[in-house]
Design a protein around this ligand. Structure first.
Ligand code: SF4
Length: 494
């Protein structure tokens, strides 16, 4: 992942979810269902898309671009299969090539297999080496190809899909939500820690699995439930069978799904994302109150948090920044100055709304801080008297190895500077981050059941060279950042 900016809509190289997945089993052709489902999941990946359906053999279409650019009406009319899977993908610059687009399809002596994967396999290199020794050839560099070759290997040796699924997941370490098509049968797999989301729904006997429940709402499906950590389901028209992998007693759901990635209208592991974000804003207002006149969200990512903040603070919520939805993504612009122009093209202030006002500006998180600095300046140039920034997540300091595209410690401003120094850098009058405790309260999950790796540097699974979580209680992290902060006086410029 290259690095820049806040984790908001305007940071050009902000962390991205790597993928969204979907699968469908029906008595009717499923290509159109998959297509619409993927369009709803488009926020989870915008660089490639594809579907695969079974019609005596697995047929697929995948390509670079948005779902509607890759799959034409003619493509959809041509697919008659009644079981299928689909995928949207984000990939880092350089690996954004068709070879890495999904679903990946392989032909084996057992039959055809297609895979759509959301997550990241930590021990992919080791498995790849092992399979290469057994004679399997690899076409791409992706960990998803490692998954499908490993599964194919088990299918060929066991001849039994259920057994193969159980066996092959024993070897996988990392985050994986999978939609699989093994000949005509759709399977969904969620890793034993439930790191990436996956849920199941039904409409008139058509069964669907999807990364987020919002796909069901929009297509008229009934949300049945989230897959449990370590659960495998086999879909058939009218129902599904479920079996469970060995799994620990706790989960490790990615906190970032609620904080930023998932759509606010999705329910993830029992918690509506919108509610979690409003609660984050409420916690933030209690932890970091400030004398101000209005609360302004960085659209869209800070909107629900700003509502929660405004309600507790008793301040009006004002849409002081308007987003241009039709400006193309700015990550293609290599120079920092050009990126900043990109922010200005995307965001415009409502001058009359912010002029002479003391503004609380709310965003979800900060990575490098350069984009947020630009946004603060835009608000200030529009006439705001003061700009106080509040962030709905503790400082991000560590890479993600589990499916979110933030890979190097150097990209995080929180590793270089104290909170007051970050406030100075982004030119805010004051800066407040949500505490770890506040975040856990807002998510309404047990601390044991969420991954906080990028905040704590301690991960829910063994990652070579990194710490495993639960070495210290959460308060220790709060203490560490407080100690750092006392070395600096609070940022106050006026
Ligand atoms: S390290 Fe952070 S982004 Fe990655 S899975 Fe854990 S909480 Fe999510």
């Amino acid at each position: 992942m290259s690095s820049d900016g806040a984790v908001s809509e305007y940071s050009d190289l902000r962390p991205r979810e790597k993928c969204g997945i979907i699968g469908c089993a029906s008595e009717q052709p499923v290509a159109t269902e998959l297509y619409y489902g993927l369009r709803i999941l488009q926020h989870r990946g915008q660089e490639s898309a594809g579907i695969a359906v079974f019609e005596g053999e697995i047929k697929s279409k995948r390509g670079m671009g948005l779902v509607h650019e890759v799959l034409t009406k003619d493509d959809l009319m041509g697919f008659r299969g009644r079981s299928g899977i689909g995928h949207v993908r984000y990939s880092t610059a350089g690996s954004s090539v068709l070879d890495n687009a999904q679903p990946i399809v392989v032909k084996t002596s057992y039959g055809d297999v297609a895979l759509a994967h959301n997550g990241e396999i930590v021990n992919a290199a080791e498995i790849r080496e092992d399979l290469s020794r057994k004679g399997w050839a690899f076409m791409t560099t992706s960990d998803s190809e490692v998954i499908i070759r490993l599964l194919a290997n088990e299918l060929v040796s066991t001849g039994d899909p259920r057994r193969a699924l159980k066996e092959f997941t024993n070897r996988l370490q990392g985050a994986y939500s999978l939609a699989l098509l093994i000949n005509d049968t759709v399977y969904a797999v969620r890793d034993p820690l439930g790191i990436r989301p996956l849920c199941i729904g039904e409409r008139e006997g058509t069964m669907m699995i999807a990364s987020e429940s919002v796909a069901f709402d929009a297509l008229g499906y009934r949300f049945i439930r989230d897959l449990k950590a370590g659960e495998i389901v086999e879909l058939r028209p009218g129902g599904f069978d479920s079996f469970r992998l060995p799994h620990p007693t706790h989960s490790a759901h990615c906190m970032f799904e609620w904080v930023y990635f998932a759509r606010p209208d999705s329910v993830i592991d029992g918690r509506l994302v919108y509610d979690a974000r409003v609660k984050i804003g409420q916690e933030l207002a209690r932890e970091h109150p400030v004398d101000a006149d209005i609360v302004v969200p960085v659209p869209e990512s800070g909107r629900a948090q700003a509502q929660g903040y405004a309600a507790v603070a008793g301040l009006p919520l004002v849409e002081g920044l308007i987003k241009n939805r039709y400006i193309e993504r700015t990550f293609i612009m290599p120079e920092q100055s050009e990126r900043e122009v990109g922010v200005m093209l995307k965001l415009n202030p409502i001058r009359s709304a912010v002029k002479n006002k003391r503004v609380v500006l709310i965003d979800d998180s900060i990575i490098r801080g350069t984009t947020l600095r630009k946004i603060v300046q835009i608000v200030r140039q529009a006439g705001a008297k003061e700009v106080h920034v509040r962030i709905g997540c503790p400082p991000i300091r560590s890479p993600c190895f589990l499916g979110i595209d933030m890979k190097t410690r150097e990209q995080f401003i929180a590793n270089e500077k104290t909170v007051p120094e970050i406030g100075e850098f982004i030119t805010a009058d004051s800066l407040g981050y949500l505490s770890m405790r506040g975040l856990i309260n807002a998510l309404k999950q047990s601390r044991d059941d969420v991954c906080l790796g990028c905040l704590t540097g301690e991960y829910p699974i063994v990652i070579p060279g990194e710490k495993v979580r639960k070495e210290k209680p959460l308060e220790m992290f709060a203490e560490a950042s407080r100690r750092k902060e006392t070395r600096k006086s609070a940022v106050k410029k006026h």
